[in-house]
Structure formats: structure tokens, C-alpha cells
Design a protein around this ligand. Structure first.
Ligand code: FES
Ligand code: FE2
Length: 422
């Protein structure tokens, strides 16, 4: 591993390692990151959590407030996640020291001369938004929370989804701006609708948010996607139901460690009335029908125990399995020095360059780019309409209901991946 002040080049892939103290780790920690689903955090049940190779304890107190603290009790280093939640505080399992949600020690039962006011565990700012828990894991004051007004709307509902994948997060992030994979990896499903493989002109241009990526079809129709630094993606595609003609989605890729990561996503489903009820019922039924973990099926295929053709497509999340095969199949962490990139990889190159520039600035203590998404940085898919949404009305809208659509096997898998002790 590179030391933080050693010179590096693009080929060193410094963006891969995100543990505390690494350059990319420091950079990702400058931004709010999604780390957990709100519904998964049961009040009064603390959990050990691993994000970017760093351990935490996360819990929801009696008031509903979420607390995220360093994982160990500063008395004798017991694991706080086995402690007891009392109100919004947590009491250590070992000798009962009690810490508030802000990390301050408030009780030391065995100490006649208590020195609680000199003891604290570090706590991290958290915020619940659109069904997800976001955290700021960096130094100093957090930046303004990045709201996504397009998803605070009322003409339908917002689905929240996620999965864990057993490879470095950057592989998934690069895959976002790799349009040419869709026609092959997802050739036989709804994701490849409307001649997605016919793109003739591909452009990846720097934007005030990161990279604007467009792909032009032979008839002149364009598909445009927006990549936001450092790890956000805003796109229109992947309609998940026959009654949805289009769907806007935002994705985040959060490392668990350098060999696995989470994808969190929100999807705007533009349907109301009976159509909304039918779509909702189908999506909820699917949560049980999909009863095979795509990660297990991926392993079986990559290990030669079965083939993609033999997979029961109703029982596994096919799009995820296909992307698993492409991304995990590259290796958990890939040495890319022998890669042969072409014109079609312009999006991948654009992301790497944007990251590289920022990491160099961070290493030199120079100012980082202040990324902002202006109102015109929105996705488009060919000639698909945006469902009649009046974007200018969005900020005043009542937030849409947020609906969890994760298959139940997925929840179990991702919580196993996230709940890790030091
Ligand atoms: S280790 Fe936590 S109270 Fe002793
Ligand atoms: Fe894909």
C-alpha cells in the first residue's frame, strides 16, 4: 500500500483503498455516505458495522434517534455493540459505563471518583433521508447534506434498494459509465430496451458534479447519465416493471472494505392510483420469489458448478447476477496495469481522471473541487418521456412514500456483510 505522501500515477489505482488514513479513504470521508437502511435498524438493538474498513457501533435509541459511535468502550476496550441501549444512550456490557448518543460518558458505576467528564467515544453525524441512513465519517464539520429534490415528490412512490457485492467498490462505479456492457451483460432482459446496444457516439464530459456521459443512437436519440463525484450516479433506465415506461434512479457505492461494497439506490416510480397498486403488489411479491442470493449463484457460475443458462431467472435477481459475473469475475481487487482500454471506455477513464486529480490535490493539501449538481444535470433515456414531471414543482411537493423492495434473501446477505466486528 502506498504511503499517503508518496507520489503516485493514475496506474497506481490509489482510489481502490479506503481504510482510515488512505488517500481515497480520506477523500470519500469528505462526503456524506449512505451506510444502512432505516428499516433495518430496530430500536434498542445495537449492531457492529463496518464501513470503509472501519468499525462502528450503530443503534437506534428510544426517541428514534440513530447514533453511530466508535466500536469500543474506552474503559477496557469491550465491544459496544453487545451493550444495552438505555433511552438514547448505550451501556457497556463489561462494567456498565454508559455513553450518550453523542459519545460522552455519562456513568461509571464502579468509580467512586467518577471521571466521566474526561471520557468519550467518538460519535459521527448521521441523517436519515429517503429510507437510508447517511453518515459523515470525516474530520471537522460535515458539508451541507446533499438533498436530491427530484426524489422529494408526490406523483408516485420512491423505492429504496441495495445489495452487497464481493469486489472493490470502484469496479461497480466504473461499470456505471460503461454503457457498452449493457448490450452484452444484460442482452436478454428489460435493461437492454430500445436499442441500447446501438450507440454510435459516446461522450464523457467533465461537469460541475463529476462526469456527464452520453451515448447517441443511430437515429440521433441520446441517452444521458450523470456521474456525481465521488461515488454517485443518476440515471434513467432499467424499468423494473412492465407498467413502468421509465424510471429515474440514484445509486451510491459505499465500500465495506476493499474487497466488498454496498450499492444503495433509490428509484422514482412514476405511477399513481390502480397502476401504482398493481406495481407495488408485484414488487412486494417479488421480494419472496427471488429466494436465491445472486452472490451465491455468481460464485457457483464463476467456479464452474453451473452456468448462467441453467439459472432459474424468477428465483434470482438477474440484473445483479449479470453484473456480479462481470465485476466479481474480474477479481476482488484488480491489478489493471495490463488493461487495454479503448474509445468505448471513455467513461471509465473520465472517472479515474477526476478521482486522480482530487487525490493529488488532497495529498498536496490543495483545495478540492466543490462539486455541485445544477438543475440541468439530469439523466435522459432516448426519447422516453419523464412521466410529465414538472421539475420546477418538485421542491414544494410532499415527499413520496418510500418503499423497501429488497428481496428478503438480500437483506440477510447484506446485513451479514455489514455487521462485522473489528
Ligand atoms: S470495558 Fe466498558 S465498562 Fe469496562
Ligand atoms: Fe450492468
Amino acid at each position: 500500500m502506498l504511503t499517503v505522501d508518496e507520489p503516485f500515477t493514475l496506474r497506481d489505482q490509489v482510489y481502490v483503498q479506503t481504510a482510515p488514513g488512505t488517500l481515497a479513504g480520506r477523500y470519500l470521508r469528505c462526503f456524506w455516505q449512505p451506510i444502512y437502511h432505516s428499516v433495518d435498524l430496530i430500536p434498542g438493538v445495537p449492531r457492529p458495522l463496518q464501513i470503509m474498513s472501519q468499525s462502528f457501533v450503530i443503534y437506534r435509541g428510544a426517541s428514534g434517534a440513530v447514533s453511530l459511535l466508535d466500536p469500543r468502550c474506552p474503559h477496557r476496550m469491550a465491544q459496544l455493540s453487545i451493550g444495552r441501549v438505555e433511552g438514547d444512550a448505550i451501556r457497556c456490557f463489561y462494567h456498565g459505563w454508559k455513553f450518550g448518543g453523542d459519545g460522552a460518558c455519562i456513568e461509571q458505576p464502579a468509580e467512586s471518583n467518577a471521571f466521566a467528564d474526561k471520557v468519550a467515544v467518538r460519535s459521527y453525524p448521521v441523517r436519515e433521508y429517503l429510507g437510508l441512513i447517511f453518515a459523515y465519517l470525516g474530520e471537522g464539520e460535515p458539508p451541507a447534506f446533499p438533498l436530491i429534490p427530484e426524489f422529494e415528490w408526490s406523483e408516485g412512490f420512491t423505492e429504496v434498494d441495495s445489495y452487497s457485492r464481493d469486489c472493490n467498490y470502484f469496479q461497480n462505479l466504473e461499470n456505471a459509465l460503461d454503457m457498452s456492457h449493457v448490450a452484452f451483460v444484460h442482452a436478454d432482459n428489460r435493461a437492454s430496451f430500445a436499442g441500447i446496444g446501438e450507440g454510435i457516439r459516446l461522450e464523457a464530459n467533465p461537469s460541475t458534479w463529476g462526469v456527464s456521459y452520453s451515448y447517441e443512437r443511430s437515429d440521433g436519440a441520446k441517452r444521458v447519465q450523470q456521474f456525481g463525484m465521488p461515488n454517485i450516479f443518476y440515471m434513467t433506465a432499467l424499468p423494473t416493471d412492465p407498467e413502468i415506461g421509465w424510471q429515474e434512479s440514484v445509486f451510491w457505492w459505499t465500500p465495506i472494505d476493499d474487497r466488498r461494497h454496498m450499492q444503495f439506490s433509490i428509484h422514482r416510480v412514476p405511477a399513481v392510483g390502480e397502476a401504482a397498486e398493481r406495481i407495488h403488489a408485484r414488487r412486494q411479491a417479488r421480494r419472496k420469489t427471488v429466494d436465491q442470493r445472486h452472490q451465491d449463484v455468481c460464485d457457483a457460475i464463476l467456479d464452474g458448478r453451473t452456468t448462467l443458462a441453467e439459472v432459474d431467472r424468477d428465483r434470482v435477481d438477474l440484473v445483479r447476477l449479470q453484473d456480479d459475473l462481470a465485476q466479481v469475475g474480474q477479481g476482488e481487487v484488480v491489478d489493471r496495469r495490463d488493461e487495454r482500454l479503448g474509445r468505448g471506455d471513455a467513461g471509465v477513464v473520465a472517472i479515474r481522471k477526476a478521482w486522480h486529480r482530487e487525490l493529488i490535490a488532497l495529498q498536496r493539501n490543495e483545495p478540492l473541487t466543490h462539486w455541485t449538481r445544477s438543475a440541468d444535470l439530469i439523466p435522459r433515456a432516448w426519447t422516453l418521456s419523464d412521466g410529465g414531471l414538472e421539475r420546477s414543482d418538485i421542491p414544494n411537493a410532499t415527499p413520496a412514500p418510500v418503499v423497501d423492495v429488497r428481496p428478503f434473501v438480500e437483506i440477510e446477505e447484506q446485513l451479514n456483510a455489514l455487521h462485522r466486528r473489528q
